[in-house]
Design a protein around this ligand. Structure first.
Ligand code: NAD
Ligand code: UDP
Length: 311
């Protein structure tokens, strides 16, 4: 198949491109390089199955493809809050453009949505039928509400125009090729620990997250794209939940670091708890994560150690 991956030079996108090229597909990676980098896709540049286009999905583009994975959108709070209007445009105008493309060429399109559509959830763990608790006017809204509208657009193009859509709600994912400077908790803590700097826990560290290794996520994405008769939305994440303070302690122990934990103010609207209920993914896709958090973290630590050494 010929497959378009928007945001393909980013953290998750680059792993997805690698997997699809490995399966023998022709992959078009489209990226504006806002947070992505050529280094992420360097191993693919020599493959005749891989093509790179520098393009912003806020602008229309004409391509002939069989499937579209729409991942283009900055994902870390620092990056999506850097230019919030652009973040909304990427999720709204960008998704309209990709849906228009899918409609024109009758391609199947998968939207990378997020657990952020649940906001600061009142239901725990989160199931797909929960409508969420999102502040529409806060500093995270450009991302959360943008992604919610993107889901709405997917469903409306499906109902109105018969576009073949798939929606996945991705929970916190980590692994090699996360950007070092993107301020997310996994990259921050590992880099701080490896450099012997203070580990910055926001608030009292009692908020929870559930971390999924990137290869597990990519497997869930591909299964969802290729399943029949189920369009989602479906949660894809690892249900192993941890407080951020426990997570900091675990990183210190895995790296053998002498770093101290320090407490910094909690950012506005930071969700208190987050854990996916993955019953639907198990039932409909036969998917569940396999990589234990310790194993995934070891690989991620190795990656960042090499980056720091080469800097
Ligand atoms: P990332 O920032 O590494 O990747 C996003 C990619 O999209 C980058 O390569 C960036 O340059 C590109 N991009 C951004 N705006 C664009 C635009 N207007 N036009 C073209 N390209 C554009 O982030 P990621 O962690 O790889 O996330 C990928 C997708 O998965 C995002 O849609 C994100 O919302 C979603 N997601 C990620 C997580 C996570 O934990 N990583 C959780 C939930 C959802
Ligand atoms: N966090 C933290 N220290 C950091 C970075 C993040 O304590 O240096 C916290 C943050 O407040 C949040 C959690 O870790 O509660 C996850 O943050 P991240 O930005 O990785 O993802 P998101 O909030 O989008 O789930």
């Amino acid at each position: 198949m010929r497959i378009l991956v928007t945001g393909g030079a980013g953290f998750i996108g680059s792993h997805l491109c690698e997997r699809l090229v490995g399966e023998g597909h022709d992959v078009i990676c489209l990226d504006n390089f806002f947070t992505g980098s050529k280094r992420n896709i360097e191993p693919l540049l020599d493959s005749h199955r891989f093509e790179l286009i520098r393009h912003d999905i806020v602008e229309p583009i004409l391509l002939e493809v069989d499937q579209v994975y729409n991942l283009a959108c900055p994902a870390s709070p620092i990056h999506y809050q850097y230019n919030p209007v652009k973040t909304v445009k990427t999720s709204v105008m960008g998704t309209i453009n990709m849906l228009g493309l899918a409609k024109r060429v009758r391609a199947r399109i998968l939207q990378a949505s997020t657990s952020e559509v649940y906001g600061d959830p009142k239901i725990h763990p989160q199931t797909e039928d929960y409508w969420g608790n999102v502040n529409p006017i806060g500093i995270r809204s450009c991302y959360d509400e943008g992604k919610r509208v993107a889901e709405t657009l997917m469903m409306d193009y499906h109902r109105q125009n018969g576009v073949d859509v798939r929606i996945i709600r991705i929970f916190n994912t980590y692994g090699p090729r996360m950007a070092e400077n993107d301020g997310r908790v996994v990259s921050n803590f590992i880099i701080q620990a490896l450099k012997g700097e203070d580990i910055t826990v926001y608030g009292e560290g009692q908020q929870t997250r559930s971390f999924c290794y990137v290869s597990d996520l990519v497997d869930g994405m591909v299964r969802m794209m290729n399943c029949q008769g189920f369009i989602g939305p479906v949660n894809i994440g690892n249900p192993t939940e941890t407080t951020i303070l426990e997570f900091a302690e675990r990183i210190i122990s895995l790296t053998g670091s002498k770093s101290r934990i320090v407490f910094k103010p909690l950012p506005a609207d930071d969700p208190q708890q987050r854990q996916p209920n993955i019953g639907l993914a198990i039932d409909k896709l036969g998917w569940q994560p396999h990589v234990a958090v310790e194993d995934g973290l070891r690989k991620t630590i190795e990656y960042f150690a090499a980056i720091i050494k080469n800097n």
